[in-house]
Design a protein around this ligand. Sequence first.
Ligand SMILES: Nc1ncnc2c1ncn2[C@@H]1O[C@H](COP(=O)(O)OP(=O)(O)O)[C@@H](O)[C@H]1O
Ligand SMILES: [Mg+2]
Length: 389
Amino acid sequence: MSTNSSSKGRLLELPLKVLNELVRPFVGREEEGKAILLALLTKEHAVLIGEPGTAKSALIRRAAHILNMRFFMYLLTRYTEPAELFGPLDINALREGRYVRITRNKLPEAEIVFLDEIFKANSAILNTLLTIMNERVLYDGYTEIAVALWSLFGASNEIPEDPELEALYDRFLIRHYVKPVTEELWGGLLERTWAIEREGYPEPHIKLSRSELEELHKLVLAVDLEPIKPKLLKLFSTFEAKNIHLTDRRKGKSLKLIAAHAVLNGRLKAVEEDLMALKFIAPHDIDDFERVNVILSEELRTAYRFLRELEDIRVSVREVDSYVSSFPAIPSRFVEYRLIEIYRDLEATRERVLTMIKESNDEKVQRVANEVIEYIDHVMEKIKKKIGG
Ligand SMILES: Nc1ncnc2c1ncn2[C@@H]1O[C@H](COP(=O)(O)OP(=O)(O)O)[C@@H](O)[C@H]1O
Ligand SMILES: [Mg+2]
């Protein structure tokens, strides 16, 4: 099937729209929404880890509601039997010596699966789950069936400690630590939960169909990743040096997530900012989530970082401006010398801002940077006039 450029453009706008619709009823859940969208775009699995009552289940259920796909959810306990997830064995077939599972409405038929308390999985279901997640095949020792699974979502209050569960944890390419909302959002939290209490969750304005998701997945696989590869390799080393170890599976799959991050932002070419997607891949322990975030915001030339730097520059140019204005109209030789120094500094700052314009793909960065350049030019003109051209 061919996708012409206008339908490709429309398709590229879809992920952000879906993301907005997903997080609309919640406060401060944009990163969680991103984790879910990235899992869907990459056909990978995601786990949300965090204390109870942080809207983990509510978010995943809403995602399932937005998707026009078959959904199965289950709350695992240590005593969950394979039949509860994968369907019971057919007694009649068993009498004839055949093992047949009745999978109707069970996990093997679902495209989107949500397993709450995922790390309660016992050994009776663990191996079957691993094969399903990895190979999309249900193999329980007797039967081998292809399953319909697109993405499996897990939720848990904590990271598994039992080494037996490490393999399961590694299957979740996307991991996110859900923290309770911060103080400035408490007011909003009251508003939203009260609205949900009275009116229920708002009906989604948009739905995402399986075929649209498949098209989007194809776009992910077509993203140009060349520009970010050297930086990605450098980040792997930085993580290892700081004792944050990614398994080879996770290193290998990181490109796919970076590509999905580009598509989520409406691009078919990866930029440095897309390496932020590593925040969902690199962490293992709870402390890692914050550490990885810090490393990435220090290492990456992100829009956020550029905007902060531009604000700093704007403040210092303002200071220089009033300093220059405070000089007498006919300056002494000494003042002239100082003004020339300041002029040279401004020239260097101007170069730096021009570099930011070149390095960033972000519209807001470009706009703010151009404002700052205008301001710098204005102050440079002022200096020229003072020293007589
Ligand atoms: N950030 C939030 N924004 C809006 N509602 C929230 C938020 N966090 C929690 N809630 C409310 O609390 C309820 C409990 O969330 P739930 O999904 O059951 O939590 P969890 O699965 O993390 O234990 C949600 O249905 C929602 O009404
Ligand atoms: Mg829950």
